[in-house]
Structure formats: C-alpha cells, structure tokens
Design a protein around this ligand. Structure first.
Ligand code: 6PG
Length: 256
C-alpha cells in the first residue's frame, strides 16, 4: 500500500499523464484478468480527461470491449439531466467509443427514494462482482476533490462518512438541501488503485491543508480515501500544487 503526490509541470501534461495512467492500467488489467473495472468521477477535471480519452490517440489504444464503467457518485436526477455525472460522461466519452452498453453500470439517480437507488446500485455491484459478503475491488477509481475537501459525494460533516458496512449510500448534503448517491470509504479504500485528479489554482488551498503534515483536528473526507490494497496517487498540476508546504513538495514526484 502506497500513497504518492505527483506534480506535472502544466495542465497539458497533467491531462496526458492521467490519460496514460488510464490506458496503461487498462492494458495491464485486461492482460491479467480480461477486464478493466473502473469507477469514474463527476466534476470538470474528470470531464476534460474523458474528452481527451475520446480522441483518436487514446480511443484506438484502449480495448473498450473489456472495460467496465461504474460511478463513484451521482446526483438524484435522471441520466439526461445536465447535472448527471453519467450524462456528462456519456457526452464526453461514452458516445464516442466502442463500448458495449452492458459494460456501462450507471447509478440510477432518478430512482425514488434515494435510499432505494443506493441499495439498487450496491446490488448491481455485488452481482457484477459475484460477491455476497466481501468487498468488490476496482482496478482503478478516479476521484476529484472539492474546495471543501469532499470527494465523490462524501462531504464534510455528513452521515456517509460514518458508514462502515454499506458500499453505497444516499447522503444528505445540507449545502445543496439534496441527497447524493455515493460510494463509501469501505468500498473506495479497497481499490487496487486510486487516482485523485487535481488541476488548477482553485485546488491549491485545500490541497495545502490536506497534505500539511503537522495538521491536527478534523480530517477532510478526501484524505480518508487511501486504498489499503494498492496505490493512491494524488496527481496535481503545477497550479494545484502551488501552495503545498515546501517539505511536501520536496518529497513529491516531479513529472516531466
Ligand atoms: C461530482 C464529483 C465531485 C467532484 C469534485 C471536484 O459529482 O461533482 O464526483 O466529487 O469530483 O467536486 O470537481 P471539479 O473537478 O469540478 O473541481
């Protein structure tokens, strides 16, 4: 189990590195297990990655027939709603690649009440992975980080942070006065690989907080996501890394 911060010199190299991670992880997983099982994130940073993956270079280098997509969180809206994470991914990537429809496992955000949507998704996960009691293991989980330290739809001071058993829950977020469906720590932290995608100056402050070594007090949700089974990578562009404490920046891997 390892955790590492990696810093790219600019935004272009950030997205290229993220796309290369995706492509190489897919090739390895398909070679070893004949499938690549990924959990995707919402947000503007992942959206740019999905757009890049849909371009010729990557589109032709990933064996999409063996890729399975799940989502780490979803808004309680129908799939064609402008706020749907699935809808965003469909526009940016799914509609442009030759992926079989049965490989797309979206969260039923439109299902009422939200608790039922979470239960249904947990059931889908267990039946896909053919597991009754143990925890499904993703080859790769992509996540973003919000300026308040949330990741997936694990927001600070929400009930979902306390969840120890369920894999997916409906989480009430008072800031939006709405429920979100989200994967929980037990599921996220069981992945083979987690990559946090953090680009842009707006992420600098929260990243400097999260990675401060001497910090005490409440932990942000994003820093509690760390796989116990493999590798956690914090991929940052130069702007996102610009406020990291010196000793943290010194220990990070600086990519070219
Ligand atoms: C969502 C997310 C959320 C997101 C972060 C970062 O549905 O919005 O899953 O956790 O990844 O808020 O989003 P940005 O990349 O847009 O900053």
């Amino acid at each position: 189990m390892s955790s590492q911060i990696q810093i790219t010199p600019d935004e272009t190299s950030f997205y290229k590195k993220a796309a290369t991670y995706f492509m190489e992880s897919a090739a390895r997983a398909i070679r070893e297990n004949n499938s690549f099982i990924v959990s995707l994130s919402g947000g503007s940073t992942p959206k740019r990655l999905y757009t890049l993956l849909s371009e010729d270079y990557y589109r032709h280098r990933v064996d999409w027939a063996h890729v399975h997509f799940f989502w780490g969180d979803e808004r309680c809206v129908p799939p064609d709603h402008s706020e749907s994470n699935f809808g965003m991914t469909k526009l940016a990537l799914l509609s442009k690649i030759p992926i079989p429809p049965q490989n797309i496992h979206r969260i039923p955000g439109e299902m009422e009440p939200p608790r039922d949507a979470a239960r249904a998704y947990q059931k889908d996960l267990k039946s896909f992975f053919k597991l009754d009691y143990s925890i499904p293991q993703f080859d790769l989980i992509l996540l973003g980080v919000g300026e308040d330290g949330h990741t997936a739809s694990l927001f600070p001071a929400t009930e979902a942070l306390k969840e120890k058993e369920r894999l997916v829950v409906a989480n009430f977020v008072s800031r939006f006065n709405a429920y979100r469906i989200t994967m929980t720590y037990p599921l996220l932290n069981y992945a083979k690989k987690i990559i946090f995608l953090c680009a842009g100056l707006s992420k600098a402050k929260i990243l400097s907080e999260i990675h401060r070594k001497d910090r005490q007090g409440i932990l942000y949700p994003a820093e509690q996501v760390k796989t116990s089974k493999g590798e956690t990578i914090w991929l940052l562009d130069r702007s996102a890394a610009s406020k990291l404490p010196n000793e943290v920046r010194f220990q990070a891997a600086h990519l070219s």
